[in-house]
Design a protein around this ligand. Sequence first.
Ligand code: EPZ
Length: 433
Amino acid sequence: MREMEVLTVNGGRELFGSVRIPGAKNSVLPIMAAAVLCRGTVTITDAPVLSDVRACIRILNRIGCAVSLCGTNIRITPPANPGSSIPHELMRSMRSSLFFLAPMLARTGRAEICMPGGCRLGARPIDMHLDGLAHMGAEITEKQDGSWLLRAENGLKGTEIGLRFPSVGATETLLMAACTAHGTTVLHNAAQEPEVVDLARFLQSAGAQISGVGTPELCITGTDFLFGTQYAVCPDRITAATVMCAVAGCGGEVLLTNIRCGDVQSITQLLERAGCSFVPLGKDAAVIASHGRPRAPGSWKTGVHPDFPTDAAPLAAAALLRAEGESAVTDSVFENRFACADGFCRMGAQAQVSGRTLRLNGVPELCGAHVTAPDLRGGAALVLAALQAQGTSVIAGTEHINRGYENIAALFSRLGASVTAAEKQQEVSGMAE
Ligand code: EPZ
């Protein structure tokens, strides 16, 4: 028998109350890796408490960093000579293990990695990371087992790089590599996501010389080293989107605090088209409300920031499963964003995937079912569907969900939902997985 955690949801309730949005997962993870560049202690505050953060700590320990986690504060002290290789099982635990490549290479002149893990959203190659580092002078050797050894004994050199796509991860890798390179690096077509801005602001607080932050043109003048600093992580706009889409789907009224309204504009505009109201209160709070069935907002596409974020696409789809009319969302970023559609259909939704597009035809009612989370945001989307469904749903695969949410059961229970997490015995099939 194998223990596995499942979520049990008794749906059909409206949501009321208030939620403080935690720090951003996709900001704290690259910042933790960037700490390896610093010759001094880095204190990160308002960090979310996630399994991916714990996985990052395991990698930091493995390369010799002293790390202490106290609530939402993480203190990282790199050694004088950090390690330069990450074991395959740690690399494969998440996509964010890739963020250690540039700091190890820049700090030690060497880095040994294999393909990272992460949500199965498509091919997710790392060519832009490797090509950019090669452009900065790294020598790259692909090894028999498919892993890579990168060397830059004399350090990396500043250069001009044009990204063929504004990749978030590749922008972050090259931004970190350039901070202590010899000379100036210009990144064209750089990603502008709030989490990329947050990493740049962290690096600046540690002494990096970066201009153009928040634009597609980043200019970085290398310095000899970065020093220790203290930095507060920006709010997680996708967690905010998760709560807002839950209210849109279930009905109710929720106060969101520690939210940056500018970061979620494309999401609130879509939800307002679906009949929700979103009222900002001051600079870091807002109220989201929805009464009755949502209206189908028609078709829309995801894109790079400031367009509608790919991570919120399954969440918004869940909010529209009972909307009056037809909706369709196309993800222009990943090939396989809507693996959660099967789970939606098991709950009685009319949801169909063709290529990168998910088409929905709203139904008056969903019914509880047994479903399995296919990935992080797809799993959260199934929770949102279960919150609307009449009856009981059981959601397996919560290890995906726990990578990006501190405690999704508590998050929604505090708003009046009935969600519990429990260990469940599972017959281990004789078949190899
Ligand atoms: C980051 O992934 C986020 N993850 C993702 O969030 C997010 O969905 C994504 O950015 C887009 O916003 C983290 O920050 C840890 P990309 P990343 O490089 O960096 C292709 C979540 O749920 N590509 O912008 O992997 C790639 O295949 C996660 O929190 C290459 O072809 O995204 C994809 O089609 C899921 N070659 C597109 O670019 C490369 O070298 C965008 O990927 C790199 C990427």
